[in-house]
Design a binder for this molecule. Sequence first.
Ligand code: NAP
Length: 453
Amino acid sequence: MTTPEPLRVAVIGAGPAGIYAADALTRQSREEVAVDIVDRLPTPYGLVRYGVAPDHLKIKGVARSLREVLERPGVRFVGGVEFGRHLTREGLARAYHAVVFATGASVDRRMGVPGEDLPGSVAATDFVNWYCGHPDSEVESFLLDSEEVAVVGAGNVALDVVRILAKSADELHRTDVPQPMLDVLAASKIRRIALLARRGPLQAKFTAPELRDLGRLDNAEVRVRPEQVDVDPNGSAVLGAARAARTNLKILSEWAARPARDLPRSIELRFWARPVAVLGGERTAGLQVEETELDGEGRLRGTGAFDTVEAGMVFRSIGYAGIPLPGVPFDEDTRTVPHSEGRVLGTDGGVRPGDYVAGWVKRGATGVIGTNKSDAAATVRSLLDDAGELRAAAPSGGLEPVEDVLRGSGAEVAYYGDWLSIDAAEAELGAALGRGERVKLRSWSDMYGAIGR
Ligand code: NAP
């Protein structure tokens, strides 16, 4: 009796969702599975590496458990390969029985207000990529030469952006921020940061540990307008709110009551202000906001009262959106791939055999890293249920190694061992600069240089 060939699966995207999909695929005994995790970067971990704030070392520690999956028999990391550029859906069908798309949500949402494209009005996603040392970022993209800046949005990414802008160079010294970016942050002229939330403290999307971090900075004072947190504790707004929202209100109320400290920077958390226009001539000079309130049904409405927030830079941090993948259905409204239990649906609403989806590109940019674990496991259950049909649909001559498919594509494939070379070079750089566990290599050439190419 011959043992059947393993079920060959390509996971596109080596972020948490992709790696958790590989984990679920190889931690079961129903099917023998061989997984290639394909990524356009020569480095794994996606947003854990290029999204989680560099000072959130505990969250970054998730990489250790993800690493264990990459080192598991049956799992390969195939970096330096971009879906749509080096590899098409047709090419993947020559090498794999199934594909799990886990490409995340990598672009910013737009405010849709006049002046949004003025120089100095920027996407938080670009700033996050920049301080995380994403190789597509340029050092010169951010100068931080204004005393006043505004951050729009009341989510955890906005908190990350505010915290990184507010911290001193000393506070960031032991992070992995690339040295040229750290030099820009150290020379920052920023003194006042306004975080603008279009709804109230009870509607903010912050999670409590992330919000609390803001109150513990050495270099910046947090200010909250007392009247904005003066909410009746026995009123329906508070009693009807989720526990997390009530915790946020408690933290904000403590800050509103705290005596002001004299620190080099200040952060004002301002609620009930929605962006109306980015103001300025040649570059951003301010943000016009309209004050807001909730109507009787809890819907947001403007009060007709306007105000101007002075700001030489405006960071919009109002959520991430997925980008369409060539040849894969995409819902422009939700910015996700349509699916049923992780099986990709075609434009006719029918299942596209062999195509699956996991993570943010499946459900939108919500939840914490761990949310992707159950999300990916659900997709993998569907995939394993389909194993018989997937095997039956394979090319009659058998599957080819992906390396054959990639021949002539121009891809500079980086395997797990190559990533370990980059990893070691970053650790060496961290030690040489006397900084921390690692300092990131920030360009494609530096990374491929560390691999010896
Ligand atoms: P988010 O949590 O969805 O927050 C987006 C914010 O933008 C909301 O406050 C939203 O307000 C506001 N907004 C949306 N459209 C707006 C507009 N046109 N004008 C003004 N404000 C607008 O998104 P995120 O901060 O990008 O985070 C994405 C996910 O990553 C979240 O699940 C987050 O928790 C997670 N994350 C976690 C961590 C961590 O755990 N440390 C760190 C970073 C990110 P409304 O509520 O009124 O729509």
